[in-house]
Design a protein around this ligand. Structure first.
Ligand SMILES: Cc1ncc(COP(=O)(O)O)c(C=O)c1O
Length: 391
């Protein structure tokens, strides 16, 4: 009887996706904090600052009004129009608001993009290292993630040449690109992005561009794939630049032919995106001055780490172009980033994420530091790591 019940309850193979190791680091850090330790959190990729005051006020007003109902599946019309305006203001690009789809964070966008573009068994290229949920969502949907190694030659971004080589080995159906990228913080310049998209589209490879870290660029301005091709799916979010991770709201720019399938998918999967979050998101665009000040804080933090970590002993890292990550090579000290991260947490009270979360091949040699905290925390972290590595 018990065996029969177990069989009935056995999880599907497709649900067998690996955990996000950063969550385990967070849990270990929380345990140490419960014992009285003062941990500097550089493991989770989220802003320490709150949402813009304009967003919070708009949500409070909507809440006071009382009724929070469903919205149109593709999102509140005025928010879609405001997002389209954002493309004009930021990239000098006209986007038809009809092509804007509001999603539950960019995470909701990936599911819609992958489901509307790919069949089970399709091969989809990803840069390695990369954001783990790309791989895991694709696997859960029955697609095959194909990891392509990046190198210093292309500023650790996916190149047109590498994509073509992978496609010639065995045909690809899609590619996910991200600039600035997580975990590396590296970026593609406009030429590299244009070349990559041109090669992909010439070969019939569908392009999905994750632009969640746009706005957080320090070396040069990020280009949107929407400016390069009307066939690419662009995915973005209010989580990072607008400091709204917990609101769960993002957006996509979708080629016309995919609009109806995406609408039907989202209608069935979610009905609509949380209304309060959409109201807040629209008002967030009026809080840009506040968000620019937050970005200046990240820039200062970046400088503290870029100057300080080499003095502490971590002198090899990838170009710190954008987002709020620094991807440091720890191979001088360890070839086991999970163990290194655990020891750094226990002995130096600094939490960072082991590279194996992002790169099953070389991640054991890397650690990702998130610098979205305060300048004081960055100075303190550099000091603690320095003392720890010198012991
Ligand atoms: C590269 C990248 N894409 C997407 C996401 C998901 O963000 P959200 O669903 O909050 O928009 C993250 C979160 O860390 C990320 O780093």
């Amino acid at each position: 009887m018990l065996d029969a019940a177990k069989k009935l309850l056995a999880p599907s193979k497709r649900s067998d996706v690996p955990p996000f190791i950063v969550m385990d680091v967070m849990a270990a850090a929380a345990q140490r904090e419960a014992q009285g330790a003062h941990i500097i959190h550089m493991e989770v990729g989220q802003p320490a600052a709150p949402a813009p005051a304009t967003a919070i006020r708009a949500a409070q007003a909507a809440l006071a009004h009382g009724r929070i109902g469903y919205t149109e599946t593709l999102g509140i019309a005025s928010l879609r129009a405001r997002i389209a305006r954002h493309y004009r203001d930021t990239y000098d690009l006209t986007v038809d608001p009809a092509r804007v789809v509001v999603t539950t964070g960019s995470s909701g966008g990936f599911i819609l993009a992958f489901l509307s573009l790919f069949e089970p068994g399709d091969r989809v290229a990803l840069a390695n290292p990369g954001y783990p949920p790309y791989r895991h969502i694709l696997s859960a949907l029955g697609c095959e993630p194909i990891l392509i190694e990046t190198s210093a030659e292309t500023r650790w971004a996916l190149s047109a040449k590498a994509l073509l080589a992978a496609h010639q080995r065995k045909p690809l159906k899609g590619v996910v690109i991200a600039s600035p990228a997580n975990p590396t913080g590296t970026m593609m310049d406009a030429d590299a992005l244009t070349r990559l998209i041109a090669v992909a589209e010439a070969e019939g490879i569908r392009v999905i561009s994750d632009e969640i870290y746009h706005g957080l660029d320090y070396a040069f301005a990020a280009e949107t794939a929407a400016n390069v091709s009307s066939q690419a799916i662009v995915i973005n979010s209010f989580s990072k630049y607008f400091c709204m991770t917990g609101w769960r709201v993002g957006w996509m720019i979708v080629p016309e032919v995919l609009l109806r399938p995406v609408e039907c998918l989202q209608g069935n999967l979610a009905i609509s995106v949380p209304t309060l979050a959409q109201v807040a998101a629209e008002a967030a665009f009026d809080g840009r001055d506040e968000m620019e000040a937050v970005k200046h804080g990240y820039e200062a933090n970046r400088r503290i780490l870029v100057d300080g970590l080499p003095k502490a002993g971590l002198d090899k890292f990838l170009p710190v172009d954008g987002a709020f990550y620094l991807y440091a090579d720890i191979s001088r000290f360890s070839s086991d980033s999970l163990d290194f991260a655990k020891r750094m947490l226990n002995e130096a009270s600094v939490a960072a994420t082991p590279g194996i979360d992002f790169d099953p091949v070389n991640g054991k040699h890397f650690l990702r530091f998130c610098y979205a905290g305060s300048a004081a925390e960055m100075h303190e972290a550099v000091g603690r790591i320095s003392n720890w590595l010198r012991r």
